[in-house]
Design a protein around this ligand. Structure first.
Ligand SMILES: [Zn+2]
Length: 290
């Protein structure tokens, strides 16, 4: 058992990375090239199966806001000698025709926004809140971290089975049940909440770098919470992994000060999102994209 623990410790130390700006240590076992290839493949599949909106004012705005944020972040990294961090990214920003108020990102900088969220984002700055959040997931390598955690949990389960092989079957069963529960609720869920909070914090900073006022973020999340309320409390999965809307808004408000130190007002006129007729928000399918 001691040898197994030592092996874990070595894997952990060898695979430790630091999230930019927040400085949080994260586990990252998979290579960037592997993650980016996985992200690109999955994105291609989703794009092929979805109604991608092109040529409209909204589609152009999604691409413009995404590129503004991406360019601002890239210039921040290159000014701080960290241009290498973005080397493997192939950014892509798309609008998908889907009523579900959602947005998602895949490793390597693939970001998609649903038309259903445009009624809630309302303005260009509101859209920047959502896209800043998604760009943050990509830059903080949350996909790699989550997959690495999954791998470690599997390995730990295997190690546990080996360690208790001599125990009677009741003890084995009890240990497995305890570990199964512990790994799911104790490890993976809090980490995904942590990812949401970190993407919120970095998202504020990234939108500020691109010239969008981070004070727009709590306003957007209040509108999101109201839209959710209107739907009878059914959770949109864009919110599902976060503790509560109030906590989120409170955390965002207290992170605005930090984000304002990165704020570079662009001075340019921002556009209003021309969303189509008032869209009905329909019940959400539970999906694990946020
Ligand atoms: Zn998220």
């Amino acid at each position: 058992m001691r040898r197994i623990l030592l092996a874990f410790l070595l894997v952990f130390l060898a695979a430790c990375e630091t999230v930019p700006i927040t400085g949080r240590q994260q586990i990252s076992i998979h290579g960037d090239a592997e993650m980016n290839a996985l992200g690109a493949r999955e994105y291609r599949r989703i794009i092929e199966e979805s109604d991608v909106v092109t040529g409209t004012k909204d589609a152009k705005l999604v691409s413009e806001v995404g590129n503004k944020i991406k360019n601002a972040v890239a210039s921040y990294f290159s000014q701080n000698g960290q241009a290498d961090r973005l080397k493997g990214y192939r950014w892509d920003f798309r609008l998908i025709d889907d009523d579900e108020p959602n947005a998602f990102c895949l490793p390597g900088g693939k970001v998609a926004v649903h038309t259903g969220i445009l009624d809630i984002t309302k303005t260009e700055a509101g859209l920047a809140v959502v896209m800043g959040h998604e760009v943050a997931h990509a830059i903080a390598n949350h996909g790699n971290e989550r997959m690495s955690q999954g791998l470690l949990v599997d390995l730990a389960g295997t190690a546990l089975l080996a360690a208790v092989a001599d125990e009677d079957s009741t003890t084995q069963f009890a240990l497995q049940a305890a570990f199964g529960l512990g790994s799911e609720l104790g490890l993976l869920l809090p980490f995904s909440r942590l990812h949401e909070s970190e993407a919120d914090r970095l998202g504020l900073i990234f939108m500020a770098m691109a010239g969008y006022d981070p004070h727009e973020a709590p306003k957007f999340w209040r509108r999101m919470a109201a839209a959710k309320e209107e739907e009878g409390g059914e959770g949109f999965e864009f919110l599902s992994t976060h503790p509560s809307d109030e906590t989120r808004v409170k955390d965002l408000e207290s992170a605005i000060g930090e984000a304002m130190t990165f704020y570079r007002p662009s001075g340019g006129r921002q556009q209003t999102v021309q969303s189509s007729s008032p869209q009905k928000l329909r019940k959400m399918r539970p999906r694990n994209q946020d």
